[in-house]
Each structure stands twice: as C-alpha cells, then as structure tokens.
Design a protein around this ligand. Structure first.
Ligand code: SF4
Length: 806
C-alpha cells in the first residue's frame, strides 16, 4: 500500500485529477493508494473517529471514511480495503463534502403572501397533508406526482415506493435518474430481461481492450479512470477505443478515437456489428445456445457498410475498421456506455447495439469480458431497484399479474391499489400532467429541475403554475425551491444512515457521522411522517410502511428483493459495516456475486422478466402473448433498429450541433460542489467549447463572451476554443441562475429576488438547458440533452485579448 496523501493532498488534486500512477498488469491486483483530505491544518491525530461510508458524488461508489471531530465533519479518507477504489478518491470525493457545511436549510419554509417564510414542522406537514387529502378526495391518486433523485438512499426510495404504490396508488413517480440512467436500465432490460450490470470493475484488471461508448470516464468517474490509467501504465496494457465527438482525455489516451457526428451513434455501432459479423469474428455456438434474433440483427446491420457509416458518422473507414478489429480479435473486452449514448435520440437502440456486440462475440459472464451500462448518479441503481422511478420494486414486471400479486402479498394490500394498468409515468410526462393541470400535488425531493430539465423556460412556466401545490425537500435554497409552496430541510450524506449501490452492484452502508443542521431531517423520516399523518394502512390495520427506521426499511427491502435478480436477502447492516458487497447476495451467494450471467442464462423467461420489451425504433411495447410466442426461455434478446436522423438538425439559421455534459469539478446543479472552495474555484462559471475552425469563422478567441442561441432560448458564456468536433459546441449543464460559490460571499438565500427564477433578470444567462429541447428516446424516455441546433455570436471580447488577435 502506498500512502501518498496524509493531510492536504499533495500534489494538488485539482491539477493532478487522477493522482500518481500505480501501474499493474493483466490479472494482477490493482495496487492500493490511500487518498486523504484534512483541511486547515487538521491532522489524523485531531480526528475523534472515522465513520465508514462511501462517496456520494458519482456512480463509482468509492469507499471512504468520514473524519469527525467535536461532532463535525472535518475530512475524508479513502478506504484501502474497499473493492471499488482501493483507497483512492477523486477531486469531488476529496473536497465535495465541504459544500455541506454552508448555506444549509435548517427549518421548513412556507409560502405566505408570495414569499417563502420560516415555519414549524407542524405547520409545514399540516399544510402538505391537508392539500394532499383534499386532492385525493376531489381527484383521486392520479392528482399526485413525485419526482426524486439519484442521490437519496435505498431505504428512502423503497419507503417512497411503498407509500406511492401501496398507500396512495399513483403511477406518477420518477427520479431525475430519468435524465441520466434510464437508458442503462432500458438497454439491460431489453437485452437481458432485467436491469443489473453483467460486468464488474474487476473486469478492468484482466481485460485486453476497453471500449468507451459516449463515456468520458476521465471526468465522470475519475477513480475508475485512474484504474484504467494504471493498466495503461503497466505491462501488456489494454487497447482503448473511444466514441465521442470531443477529444477528451480518454480519447487522447485511446488507440482509436471515433469522433462521431452528434446523432449518429446507432449508425456507428451498427457499422461495428456489421464489420464484426462480416469478418467472421462471431461465436456461432454461443449465439445458437444463448441468444434469439441473430438473423434479424444481421439483416438490419447489413446496410451499414464501412463507407456508408463513415459518411453518416463523419469518421474514417480506417478508424472504423480498426475499432471493429480490436473488438473482433480481442478475447476480453469491457464496454462502458454513458451519456453520449444515453442522452441522444435512439438512445436505447444504440446502447442495446453495444450489448449485441458482446453477445455475438460470446463475451460475457467471464473475467475481463463485461458490459457496464454506466449510471450517472451515485444511487441511481437504487432508485431503479426500489421502484422510485415508477417501476415495480425488485425488477418486477408491471404487466405480469403474478409480480403484482407478490407485492400485494408482501405489503398486505389489495392488488388493485398497486398501479399496474399501464407503464409507469416517466418524468417528462409527469411535468406534462402538471402543465395540463391533472397533477395538482407535486413533491420534488433532492433534485433541482429548474436547472437540470430540458427547455427550462417551459419548466419554469410549469413550476410557477397556480394549479400545482409544489413541495420541495432539499438541503439548500435552489432555483426550484423558489417556486415551492412548502420547502422542507433535508439531512444529507453523513447526517443519516442508509445504503446505496454503485454501477457494478456494490452495496455500501453509510452510517450517520454527525447530526443534521438545525431542524433538517432525513427524507425517510419525512416520508414516514407524511404516511402516518395520511393514515396509510395495510389490510391488517398496520401502518404503511411498517417501518420507521433505516434498518427497518432495509430489512423490508431484503424481503422484497428475495428471489429477484437484485437479491439482497442475505445482506445485513452488520455484514456491510466497513465493506462493499455485490448483489445478488442470498443463501446461495452469502458473500455476494462478482459477476452475473456466468451460466449464460438470462432473465427472459416469461414469468421472470422485468419487461417483455419494446420495438426499439418506435417504443411500442411487446405484449405478453408476443413474448411467449418467441420462447426466449433464458436466452438473450438480440434486438436491432435502423438509424434515423435526430429530431432537430443544424440548418442555415442554427448551423451547429448542441452537446451538453459534465465537468470533472462539479456535480449536477452545484448545490454541494459549488460550495466546496477548491471545486468552486476550479470551475466557477459556465463556458462554451468551440472547435478552433468554428471559432475562427465567427472571429471568436478564448475568453470572448459568446451568445449561444437555439430556437428555445440563449446563454452568454465565455469561449474555450478546444478540440470538440467542428460543427458542434459543448456546454456544461451544471450552472443555473443562482451562484452558490463560496467566493460569492453571500448566502444563496439572500440572492433570491422575488422574480429571480426568470433568467431575464440574470445579467448573463448560462444554464445550458435554456437551449435543450423537449424530446426523448422512445424506449427509455430519457431526454435528448445532446441534441439540437444552435448558432453562436460574439458578444464581447475577452479583456485579456489584444487588438492583433481580433
Ligand atoms: S470517482 Fe466518484 S465516487 Fe469516487 S471519489 Fe470521485 S466522485 Fe466520489
């Protein structure tokens, strides 16, 4: 174990994002390296206790301990023995926790005479339950909608799912996971019959090639990239192939970079599939034994010749064929997929096509050969497992009466209460129902849709409607709380106990380290109180949910997940203390399961599957009868679709492709990372990345203020002339109308003018979602944040620019 960081990280982990290299070779154990951050002269000797937890600032789920002194959080330390990170932490993990120490909401707020004013919990909860009861009596459960997060804990999601499905009976429940991981779930369900990652991070230790499909892992999961960098620095490094219009750090380190034209992902992977098939790099025995649909797949991709794909995608034939050869001739390939694929049109079809690549090569269920349909958020997996995204808990199929009955028996309610007459309502549709007025009670928890949803002008209009009673639970004043009728102060990570599950199915227990500030409470406490006040009961007269503690909720979840793909039944808080365990964890696998599908039997039996599937082109649902007729019976579904153009393309008025995404130093809408001094200073403001060619054509230089405009809105941000693909621009999506950065000097609360939600009052609008459109993938319903057309104009020169540069 190399311990390089004991106090303030050295070298500077803002500059040196991934830290020092610890090279290793294929089949070796990734060497450990403990990263620690204790600011302001604090040393390890000053720490009273270290509380086991895991980082909650991306989906990697790095194990760490929280340093506590005098009842306060004072630092973090990576946990050396954790299977996910072997002690490492990235910039957000090291510094982000400090954002919890300022500007917190400490008491409920109620809107009186148009302004949010302090109130007691009794006043706030009475107001909420009075309005909830009134609407239930007048309009029934379809008047209620819930929109949550990918950052709450498993226990909170499951509690909300029981309240929504067994207490209220509303299908209108989703998370902001719809914006980031809905396609991961959809792609896994379509191919394998159920959600759940086939791969494990340990596959990276033995693979001989890694493919990154729209996944900028260097910025989104820095510790995972450090693991890959260490393989690259060791003997026999794996080949890397990157599909990304931007020349990211991952692209720069890759053997082949395919800078695909935005909106053509599916054409590209169809081209890779065609090349792999036509060159005979396929495993016929595997296809015959474990899949259904190869002939149809081969027919669909036949049209995607290398030259046709090169023309569509604006890549070279040589690079396309080189990438196909790497996939086709290496024995252990890991594929990772993220927002470049998920937040585009045809998102599910393109992500399923990646699954197809692995299936035609028989490359699954063995070390080094894995698929990681990545998550964007730390607890997105739990939102999906527990049913807070609208699905039925435990990866159950809403269209399977046996699955509905299992839940009715478990919760001791009538099955008719549980919404199962149609697919659950996705987030974009929930907001549409609010817009139309049929949802009159919307509870938003742990998310900031007034910055994160597409087409913000429309979202602001919806949230401002008098017809909706808006409850917001959050730890800070945000752009969204400013529309609320009631704001409830939430406890955050380290201030409550709960579990969460990362991308490779590793479950961590995070124990309460410190007390929440003021009157803040956990979301679990808040929802249990709501349920108690509403009087939700099961058929035996017991309160619903039957628990009121985190461990009680976890035990309830263990029962619910028993026998399902995400089986937690043999997992307990005691076993989770200080270590991560991968599900499924049951009597057969009491220590968890590193890799699933090792027997190549998938969840596609009629009575087992989470969904019967969809037509990938239209989103039309496959019926139970149609599914039964095919007799998948445990074999993977090979599904394919033809490429179609995106819904909005550049034209003479708006000549550039729009691309939005993350920066390494911020998370989501910056509520936490924007208040951490090092992170705020590293990325204080939005910007637009332009290809040098496009910048020159518009007489724009680095630092010039640029107006970026779509038909829906505009932003004004400084330019960075970088290596993005010519003809496209990139904007980070983290920035809204409020500036939480410590250098701002003022409490965010004080910055909120009565009409601050209107960006026209902002001197310089810079929220990327002013530009994005209301459109989504037909299967996953994930919005197409990486689509759209914009134009650019120089507004002002950089103050540092010289006259000669103009
Ligand atoms: S990689 Fe993700 S989970 Fe790990 S420390 Fe960084 S932000 Fe946290």
């Amino acid at each position: 174990m190399t311990e390089i960081d004991r106090a303030t990280p050295d070298p500077d982990r803002i500059e040196d994002i991934w830290g020092a290299r610890t090279p290793y070779g294929a089949g070796e154990v990734w060497p450990g390296r403990v990263d620690t951050f204790l600011p302001d002269g604090t040393t390890a000797a000053d720490v009273d206790r270290w509380v086991p937890s895991a980082c909650l600032l991306c989906s990697n789920g790095c194990g760490l301990d929280i340093a506590v002194r005098d009842g306060a959080m004072v630092g973090v330390r990576g946990r050396a023995e954790d299977r996910v990170n072997h002690g490492r932490l990235g910039p957000k993990g090291l510094f982000g926790w400090q954002g919890q120490l300022r500007d917190r909401l400490t008491e409920p707020l109620i809107r009186r005479n148009g302004r949010l004013q302090p109130a007691s919990w009794e006043e706030a909860m009475t107001l909420i339950t009075d309005r909830s009861r009134q609407l239930l009596e007048e309009k029934g459960p379809l008047s209620h909608g819930f929109y949550t997060s990918g950052q709450l804990m498993l226990e909170e999601y499951y509690t909300l799912a029981v309240i929504g499905k067994a207490g209220l009976g509303t299908p209108h429940m989703d998370g902001n996971t719809r914006l980031c991981t809905a396609t991961a779930a959809a792609a896994l369900k379509e191919t394998f019959g159920a959600d759940g990652q086939p791969g494990s991070y340990t596959d990276l230790d033995s693979c001989d090639a890694v493919f990154h499909f729209g996944h900028n892992v260097a910025e989104t999961q820095t510790v995972l990239w450090a693991r890959m960098l260490d393989r690259l620095a060791g003997p026999n490094p794996p080949a890397h192939v990157t599909v990304d219009p931007r020349r990211t750090a991952v692209a720069r380190a890759s053997t082949v970079h395919l800078p695909v034209r935005p909106g053509t992902n599916l054409a590209l992977v169809n081209g890779l599939l065609r090349e792999v098939i036509s060159r005979g790099w396929i495993d016929h025995d595997y296809l015959d034994a474990h899949t259904v649909g190869f002939d149809e797949l081969a027919r669909t991709v036949e049209a995607y010749t290398p030259q046709h794909v090169a023309d569509l995608c604006d890549v070279t034939v040589r690079d396309l064929q080189a990438a196909a050869e790497i996939f086709g001739t290496h024995e252990r390939v890991v594929s990772t997929v993220l927002q470049g694929f998920y937040q585009a049109h045809q998102a599910t079809a393109a992500s399923v096509a990646v699954n197809n690549l692995h299936l035609v090569r028989g490359m699954l269920g063995r070390p080094g050969a894995g698929i990681l349909q990545m998550n964007g958020q730390p607890t997105a997996q739990n939102n999906r497992e527990c049913g807070a995204d609208g699905d039925l808990p435990g990866f159950r199929n809403w269209n399977n009466p046996q699955h509905v009955q299992q839940l009715a028996d478990l919760w001791d309610v009538d099955d008719s209460v549980i919404p199962h007459w149609a697919e659950p309502t996705h987030a974009m549709q929930i907001f549409r129902y609010v817009e139309q007025g049929s949802i009159g009670f919307l509870w938003v928890a742990g998310t900031n849709p007034a910055v994160s949803m597409p087409d913000l002008a429309r979202i602001r209009r919806i949230l401002a409607q008098d017809s909706v009673f808006l409850v917001v639970t959050d730890a800070y004043r945000t752009e969204t709380t400013e529309f609320a009728d009631v704001v409830l102060p939430a406890a955050l990570w380290g201030e409550k106990t709960g579990t969460y599950t990362n991308v490779d199915r590793t479950v961590h227990l995070s124990e309460q380290a410190v007390a929440p500030p003021g009157q803040a409470r956990s979301d679990l406490d808040i929802w249990v109180e709501y349920a108690r006040r509403m009087g939700f009961r099961n058929r035996s007269g017991q309160p619903l949910p039957t628990w009121d503690t985190a461990e009680g909720a976890f035990d309830g979840w263990r029962d619910c997940s028993r026998g399902r793909p995400c089986d937690y039944s043999a997992m307990t808080y005691d076993q989770l203390r200080g270590r991560g365990i991968q599900w499924p964890c049951n009597d057969e696998h009491p220590d968890g399961t590193e890799r699933i599908y090792t027997d190549h039997q998938f969840h596609t039996f009629d009575d087992d599957c989470e969904t019967y599937g969809h037509d990938l082109a239209t989103g039309a649902a496959v019926t139970p009868v149609e599914h039964r007729a095919v007799r998948y019976d445990g074999r993977a579904r090979l599904k394919a679709a033809a490429w179609t153009p995106p819904p909005e393309n550049p034209d003479g008025s708006y000549p550039l492709h729009l691309n939005t995404g993350r920066t390494v130093y911020q998370f989501h809408t910056r509520t936490k990372t924007g208040r951490a001094p090092e992170l705020a200073a590293a990325a204080p403001d939005a910007w637009v990345e332009l290809a040098p060619e496009d910048a020159a054509e518009h007489h724009i230089a680095d630092g010039d203020l640029v107006r970026v405009e779509s038909v829906r809105g505009h932003v004004e941000v400084p330019a960075r002339c970088t290596g993005t693909k010519p003809g496209s621009v990139f904007l980070p999506f983290h920035y809204g109308t409020l500036d939480p950065s410590p250098s701002n000097g003022a409490d965010a609360k004080d910055d909120v003018a009565e009409d601050s939600a209107d960006p026209s009052t902002s001197e310089r609008p810079h929220a990327a979602n002013e530009l994005t459109m209301t459109a989504w993938d037909p299967v996953s319903k994930q919005p197409t944040f990486k689509s759209g057309a914009v134009r650019i104009t120089r507004v002002d020169q950089s103050p540092t620019r010289t006259r000669e540069e103009d």
